[in-house]
Design a protein around this ligand. Structure first.
Ligand SMILES: [Zn+2]
Ligand SMILES: [Zn+2]
Length: 468
């Protein structure tokens, strides 16, 4: 690369010049930059001095021969003196560009020939003195001030660059260049470690400190914490997640008694509120491994969930105490609480788990024991074709799902009602498996018996997320 060419267009300070070779050698960018400039300047000075010596001795011809390999004899004989002046000027010009970029050690040109600005750094178009001690201290103090409200163990500095700096990096890019973003991350990261005692984590930091060192804008990205566990819903009538009022969409109106909610509470709210109180999050989001209908209980070992607490001020708390508080609600219980991560949410969304349900089935007519056995025989190990149920068709695509049923058990309650325990693929609609949903689900309990049946109550007994 042409060193002078770069310095002519961009008077880079030592540090920035060295950053062009940032991925070479174990040295600081400053050392690298200054060394290259010095080597080049020495080469030029030595040329300059030998040229001047010979000039003084009157050996003009020799000089021209040494320095001009392409000469045409007529031309140079006529312009010998001019030519030597040109050579001298060229070297001086090159030295000028190096000196202008802050290498004041150059002797070959005088201060008059290259007046130096007091603060070379400020002239550097790349760093614009962002590494200056006062600037760093300023940014550090403001970052510490923002951080003081948050509990965290790990952080990462994320430097953002203005557009024109990004453009400049594109223009001067070399194969071994380091972006100024990386260097600022490193420098500010080190200062923050020294001042906070916290650790840098590049993979999964608690807080990302976003800094634009040029305009000194600082913003914290406080990463969510994730709590995973399982919940049991012991009562019917509450939805899994917050359900805004249909009329006001959450703003609050006469219909919803100014609560903004269609249901007083939800599994989400019962679980999230005690967490939010302790972790002081800004918002939360509840991710369940599937969901049950409002009138369906969730029993057994419970349904897996992940609670995402956004921008928490506290990151560590006694989960056992929170669990006890939730469990005192009497309507929702949590178990197996532990800290999780973002990956757990994705896992839930992609895994349709098998389920075990317990339904109470009510038939319009009386049923014989043979008929009950027929239900078991026909459903066990069967394949169900289920068109999107009428009751959800307004919000779900109309398509035919194919789901397997594995085990089936029946227990008579009285002449017209019985319990149906069913182990099946996730995503099978049980209410429709019983009613038949106007022949949209086939086979169904109603179709097998040729008698109209409906699901009176339904419980999820098990979500088989670990073993089948
Ligand atoms: Zn610079
Ligand atoms: Zn409302």
């Amino acid at each position: 690369m042409d060193i002078i060419g770069i310095l002519k267009d961009y008077p880079l300070c030592h540090r920035c010049f060295g950053r062009l070779y940032g991925k070479l050698l174990h040295a600081s960018n400053y050392e690298r930059g200054k060394s290259i400039k010095m080597a080049k300047a020495m080469e030029l000075e030595s040329k300059l001095y030998s040229l001047m010596e010979k000039y003084d001795d009157g050996n003009n011809e020799e000089i021209v021969k040494d320095n001009d390999t392409n000469h045409n004899s007529d031309a140079y004989n006529n312009n010998k003196e001019n030519h030597i002046d040109e050579l001298l000027l060229k070297i001086k010009e090159d030295l000028y560009y190096i000196r202008r970029s802050g290498l004041l050690e150059i002797k070959g040109i005088s201060e008059e020939e290259c007046p130096i600005n007091e603060n070379m750094e400020k002239n550097c178009p790349w760093c614009r003195s962002i590494f200056n001690e006062k600037n760093l201290k300023d940014i550090l103090e403001r970052a510490l001030d923002l951080l003081k409200d948050y509990q965290y163990d790990t952080f990462l500095v994320g430097t953002t660059l203005p557009k024109d700096i990004k453009k400049l990096e594109e223009e001067i890019k070399t194969p071994h260049m380091e972006s100024i973003r990386q260097e600022f991350n490193r420098v500010m990261g080190r200062l923050l470690v020294e001042n906070t005692g916290k650790i840098v984590d590049k993979q999964n930091p608690d807080i990302v400190i976003k800094i634009n060192p040029y305009n000194k804008k600082i913003e914290l990205q406080v990463n969510s914490i994730f709590i995973k566990g399982r919940y049991r819903k012991l009562i019917r009538g509450i939805p899994q997640t917050k359900w805004p009022c249909n009329y006001c969409r959450g703003k609050g109106c006469e219909r919803c008694n100014y609560t903004g909610k269609r249901y007083n509470t939800s599994v989400e709210e019962i679980i999230a509120e005690p967490f939010m109180e302790v972790f002081k999050g800004k918002d939360e989001s509840f991710h369940g491994a599937g969901r049950e209908d409002i009138d369906v209980r969730m029993l057994g070992r419970g349904r897996p969930f992940v609670l995402q607490i956004k921008e928490p001020k506290v990151r560590k708390a006694n989960l056992k105490e929170i669990k006890e508080k939730i469990n005192r609600s009497g309507s929702v219980e949590v178990l197996n609480l532990e800290y999780g991560n973002k990956g757990d949410v994705v896992f839930f969304k992609n895994e349709p788990h098998r389920k075990t349900y317990l339904a109470v089935v009510e038939c319009e007519e009386e049923l014989s024991d043979e008929e009950l056995s027929k239900v078991v025989e026909n459903l066990e190990n069967s394949t169900i074709h289920q068109r999107t149920p009428l009751r959800v068709s307004h919000r779900r695509a109309d398509l035919i799902r194919v789901r397997r049923v594995y085990d089936v058990e029946v227990n008579r309650i009285d002449a017209k009602t019985f319990e149906l325990k069913i182990h099946c693929d996730g995503g099978l609609y049980i209410k429709e498996l019983i009613s038949g949903d106007e022949n949209r689900t086939l086979p169904s309990v109603s179709e097998i018996l040729n008698k109209k049946c409906k699901c009176k109550t339904l419980d999820v007994l098990e979500v088989h997320d670990e073993d089948v």
